[in-house]
Ligand binder design. Structure first.
Ligand SMILES: [Zn+2]
Length: 434
């Protein structure tokens, strides 16, 4: 098997132990043992495709296929290797493996281009282990903010400790580079300079139903929705469920339930591409005979335009403050994530559109409601993104599925994109000489 179908089949291989922390189903968190075994296998596939492989200071897997001249700026193709808990097999890895297939195709023809091709397998995109998403592409783009030393997972393991204890004894990686100890102090050295990079291309499953509904294999992403994420803590008073009379209660769980519905109402009323979600919810102390004294939950708000998103966020904040005061609860609303809307690069989109046309694919443009590494990378270099149809629009779920034939078409378009970029770079260097 070769090409896109092989990339899809390799996602299936990576979808179970030891490439997953779960015996049944997939969870590959950043800096877990499953992440380690995955780096070794994907690194081996990179070597087989003709790349030099390295592990960068943020534990991103990085393969490089040199151009005609060593050290030339690179077209970067990437996506993420981590997954959510009980996630799907294609969300992330498919984009990495299609990048490797692009290089394998060039290597088979012994072709070198005026630019190098690099493939990144980002370590953390989902934020499923540490409470900060896209840590590792932000390290590459140089857009990290906040105090990394304070980040810890649900078990209390700090990012610093997880980095320091992450084994770096890769057969593949250490064969071509000196062993690298990971350390929080050097984490930001993963940063790249804009001059090293021609552009960024990411292929990713759509994670929505639009392409399938329209009978299309692929879509071109015009930009990524602006996103806000809050961590909410609501404090009331814990008490005996049998002896505390109703009027005297300050029940944090009942108050939080009203707040969850308020978040939904604000988004529904907008009747646009605005979406708002409470996806994480914990009540403490969490006993059947105790009134909940404290509730923690998340709020995620997204829209194609930052202004619409911010209007909704303000409406939600006001409503939550009102509900808290009515019930005598203490509300703490912490903004943990603020990502601007990020448009894809017009010139790179044009190359993708032309490659789509040559592959006989109807043109479909769409906005991405999900955040992606491409959005982070667009702060560093021109970025473009290709969406691939997934079955029933299902993602972040074990039922996630991509047809191998669709992955083949995606690879054809990516290779067409590389050809066009090649002609564009050659054209520009000719123009420079005249
Ligand atoms: Zn993803």
């Amino acid at each position: 098997m070769v090409g896109g179908a092989r990339a899809a089949a390799r996602c299936d291989v990576l979808g179970r132990a030891p490439y997953s922390e779960f015996e049944h189903g997939l969870y590959r968190g950043y800096l877990t043992p499953a992440h380690h075994t995955t780096l070794d296998l994907v690194g081996a596939w990179m070597v087989e495709a003709g790349m030099h492989v390295d592990l960068d200071p943020a534990a991103n897997l990085l393969g490089r296929y040199e151009g005609q001249n060593p050290g030339a700026p690179a077209l970067v193709i990437g996506s993420h290797l981590d997954s959510v808990r009980d996630g799907g097999r294609y969300d992330g890895p498919l984009g990495v493996l299609l990048g490797i297939e692009c290089v394998a195709a060039l290597n088979d023809q012994q072709r070198r281009l005026p630019f190098a091709i690099e493939v990144y397998g980002f370590g953390d995109e989902e934020g499923s282990r540490f409470p900060a998403a896209m840590l590792t592409s932000r390290a590459v783009a140089g857009t990290l903010d906040g105090d990394l030393a304070r980040i810890a997972d649900a078990d209390g393991v700090s990012l610093a400790a997880a980095l320091a204890s992450f084994k770096t004894d890769y057969d593949v990686v250490t064969a071509s580079t000196p062993t690298r100890r990971l350390d929080l102090k050097t984490f930001e050295a993963a940063r790249r300079s804009p001059g090293d990079i021609v552009g960024y291309l990411e292929a990713h499953i759509e994670q929505g139903p639009v392409l399938e509904a329209e009978g299309l294999a692929l879509g071109i992403v015009t930009g990524i929705a602006a996103q806000l994420r809050y961590a909410v803590t609501l404090r009331g008073a814990a008490g005996h469920a049998g002896t505390s009379s109703m009027p005297l209660r300050r029940d944090a769980l009942a108050g939080a339930a009203e707040m969850v519905l308020a978040v939904e109402q604000v988004a529904r009323r907008d009747a646009s591409d605005l979406v708002a979600t409470v996806g994480k919810f914990e009540a403490a102390p969490g006993a059947a005979n105790v009134i909940a004294g404290e509730v923690r939950f998340s709020i995620d708000i997204r829209a194609g335009e930052a202004a619409r998103r911010d209007r909704a966020a303000k409406a939600i904040e006001e409503k939550l403050e009102l509900l808290a005061s009515q019930r005598g609860l203490v509300l703490d609303l912490a903004l943990v994530h603020d990502l601007p809307a990020s448009p894809c690069d017009a010139a790179l989109m044009q190359l993708l559109e032309s490659a789509m046309a040559e592959a006989g694919q109807p043109l479909r443009r769409l906005v991405s409601g999900a955040g992606h590494d491409a959005m982070v990378m667009s702060a560093l270099c021109p970025a473009a993104m290709l969406f691939i149809r997934c079955k029933d629009g299902v993602s972040h779920n074990p039922a996630e599925h991509v047809e191998p034939g669709d992955a083949d078409v995606a690879l054809e378009v990516m290779l067409g994109f590389i050809e066009r970029l090649n002609r564009k770079v050659l054209g520009e260097s000719l123009a420079d000489r005249t």
